[in-house]
Design a protein around this ligand. Structure first.
Ligand code: AMP
Length: 145
């Protein structure tokens, strides 16, 4: 059911793009934006989106727009590695509520992992301290190439 439906231009990520909602921004180019997840599953959990494509999920996005998003996913994943020195990095993307999707604006999760540190539960962790997120965003942004 949640795989179908109209793109909502007032979803939370569209509001972040327009500057109507705050976000700890890491990187932005003409097409894409990366910012910190406010309910992080690990320290440094980052989200990457297309700023203009009205796509709820992977199946709806124009392939050219997807190329732009993936280039930023790679760029930010490299920056997360350089900035936070994780031992692994998980990249995830969910389509539909049954798969765990809660925000219907296509996004990719970049989640750094450390040995022995369990992954927080998706969508069930507490809200991060905004000051800590701002600090992490600055650290990762400084490592973007
Ligand atoms: P998904 O469940 O794959 O749709 O992922 C949505 C993600 O967005 C979750 O990991 C949430 O923690 C995150 N999230 C929800 N609202 C915000 C927000 N205002 N700023 C940053 N991240 C958010």
């Amino acid at each position: 059911m949640s795989l179908d439906g109209a793109y909502d231009r007032d979803n939370i990520f569209a509001k972040i793009v327009r500057g109507e909602m705050p976000a700890a921004r890491i990187f932005e180019d003409y097409d894409t934006l990366a910012f910190m997840d406010v309910f992080p599953q690990s320290r440094g959990h980052t989200l990457v989106i297309h700023k203009a494509a009205p796509a709820r999920n992977l199946m709806e996005i124009d392939p050219q727009a997807l190329n732009s998003v993936m280039a930023t996913v790679q760029r930010v994943t490299r920056a997360v590695r350089a900035a936070l020195k994780p031992e692994g990095i998980m990249v995830a993307q969910f389509n539909g509520a049954a798969a765990g999707q809660t925000v219907y604006h296509l996004h990719f999760h970049v989640i750094p992992r450390w040995d022995g540190v369990p992954l927080g539960r998706h969508g069930e962790g507490g809200m991060a301290d905004p000051a800590e997120l701002a600090k992490l965003a600055k650290q990762i942004a400084a490592a973007v190439q």
